[in-house]
Design a protein around this ligand. Structure first.
Ligand SMILES: Cc1cc2nc3c(=O)[nH]c(=O)nc-3n(C[C@H](O)[C@H](O)[C@H](O)COP(=O)(O)O)c2cc1C
Length: 216
């Protein structure tokens, strides 16, 4: 298999190349350093990594709302049913998904056409279809979840702790963040500096158990 070199602006961060190691050592933690601080610059780099996730037709139907203000974070902790590790983490990132592909359709399908990957007629048809499509929560959840996993791995590879959470009041968080009607919170990520080790990881189901070749 040949590996394509990424364009220079997309080059992987040379300091953190060990993707497989990151996958295998990533943890969801509760032990955050309450005095730690993730800089906005680092947050931006992690979000940048998240945006390299695959998405249907490259529509990138996601947003990242980072709550860092202490009072706002307290409210988010309440909305997460009092999960205190979020407060210790210092940053709560709500990964938001678009339920309508229409939002980015014009820009993205125009890019496909400009790159010569589809015709202009195809692009126009796809844009019209996106405008006609019903809202689709699965579209939002699938795409935003992939971006969320990239986020977790990037944070971990950078020596930070990032814990995905769905134990929160979804409608309450949507109101609190003032999300547009066509967008939903998909996962909340507690992001912060580690406060120490986590309990040993619980076992994973084996490959023999989960892998089915050609049929279930
Ligand atoms: C969809 C989903 C929801 C989760 N919700 C929470 C949560 O509300 N609070 C929390 O502390 N951890 C939450 N977790 C983290 C899991 O408990 C954790 O991923 C699992 O125990 C495996 O541990 P590991 O990620 O350290 O390997 C969630 C994980 C996923 C994927």
């Amino acid at each position: 298999m040949t590996r394509q070199s990424p364009a220079s602006e997309d080059a992987p961060d040379a300091e953190f190349p060990a993707a497989v190691e990151a996958i295998r050592t990533r943890r969801s933690g509760h032990n955050f350093d309450p005095d730690g601080d993730v800089s906005e610059e680092t947050l931006r780099e992690i979000v940048r990594d998240a945006t390299f996730a695959p998405s249907a037709f490259n529509l990138q139907p996601w947003e990242f709302v980072a709550v860092r203000d202490d009072e706002r974070l307290d409210t988010l902790v309440d909305l997460a049913f009092g999960q205190d590790h979020l407060r210790d983490a210092g940053t709560g990132v709500v990964v938001v998904g678009h339920t309508e592909s229409e939002r980015n359709a014009e820009r993205v399908y125009t890019e496909w056409a400009e790159a010569g990957r589809i015709t202009e007629d195809d692009a126009a048809e796809r844009i019209a279809q996106a405008e006609a499509d019903d809202p689709d929560r699965e579209f939002a959840i699938r795409n935003a979840s992939l971006a969320a996993e990239n986020f977790l791995l990037s944070a971990h590879a950078r020596g930070l702790k990032a814990t995905p959470m769905t134990g929160f009041d979804f409608d309450g968080v949507a109101d609190f963040l003032d999300l547009p009607d066509d967008q939903i919170p998909v996962v909340l990520i507690a992001l912060g500096e580690s406060g120490g080790d986590e309990p040993e990881r619980l076992p994973r189901r084996s490959v023999d158990d989960v892998l089915h070749i050609d049929d279930y």
